[in-house]
Ligand binder design. Structure first.
Ligand SMILES: CC(C)(COP(=O)(O)OP(=O)(O)OC[C@H]1O[C@@H](n2cnc3c(N)ncnc32)[C@H](O)[C@@H]1OP(=O)(O)O)[C@@H](O)C(=O)NCCC(=O)NCCS
Length: 181
């Protein structure tokens, strides 16, 4: 499989690989307690942001050595979010996704537009069989996003994950290549 042609473009967005300069805005967004609340990580420190940025800059192709594609979402030339796609089973082309949007740009469908574009790439370019997304069951905005882009809720796992000092429930969403019309 050849590498996808990047950046991806949608009506309102450009999705491109991470650059070193992205560490600053990612730190600003991911250090916010309201953003990190339902994520696995604690709010990011500046050092964490640099580490995550270095990791993301290596993740430029799902079929590359990282088995992962991480893209910055830009709206009108400004970075507003981050979408992650990675193989959980490369041999059978099963993948998972994650997403973060700067709250300053929330509520306008930008995250859904970005996630929809990356799902399209996963199925149409990479020929992925299944894409899953998992989230803390209290993360209602994220669950609404998953539904909005056409993923189906497949499970509500009760207290399966110890996170930040408490047991948490997990929602599992999935989309199959065969679900798309
Ligand atoms: C999850 C997250 C990305 C959702 O952000 P969001 O702003 O709700 O998502 P979108 O940008 O797709 O916007 C959708 C909202 O805009 C509204 N909207 C307005 N114009 C729209 C348009 N043109 N198209 C689609 N939706 C539109 C929708 O109705 C929706 O609002 P609702 O959920 O109240 O119904 C964001 O809350 C976030 O980053 N959270 C922190 C990180 C996180 O938890 N990530 C997930 C880990 S699994």
């Amino acid at each position: 499989m050849t590498s996808p042609r990047l950046p991806l473009r949608t009506e309102r967005l450009v999705l491109r690989p991470h650059r070193e300069s992205d560490a600053a805005w990612m730190h600003r967004v991911c250090s916010r307690p309201d953003v990190a609340r339902h994520l696995l990580d604690d709010p990011w420190t500046a050092a964490m942001a640099r580490e995550k940025n270095a990791e993301r800059r290596r993740r430029t192709d799902l079929d590359g050595s990282s088995g992962s594609l991480n893209l910055v979402v830009e709206h009108q030339g400004v970075p507003v979010g981050d979408v992650l796609l990675w193989f959980t089973d490369r041999e059978h082309r099963v993948a998972e996704m994650g997403w973060v949007l700067d709250p300053a740009h929330g509520g306008r469908g930008l995250a859904s537009e970005a996630v929809g574009a990356v799902l399209g790439l996963a199925f149409d370019h990479y020929g992925v069989h299944r894409v899953a997304a998992q989230m803390d069951a209290r993360n209602l905005a994220s669950a609404r996003l998953a539904r909005r882009v056409g993923m189906r809720q497949e499970a509500h796992l009760r207290q399966d994950w110890w996170s930040k000092g408490e047991w948490t429930d997990t929602l599992v969403f999935g989309m199959l290549a065969g679900d798309r019309g």
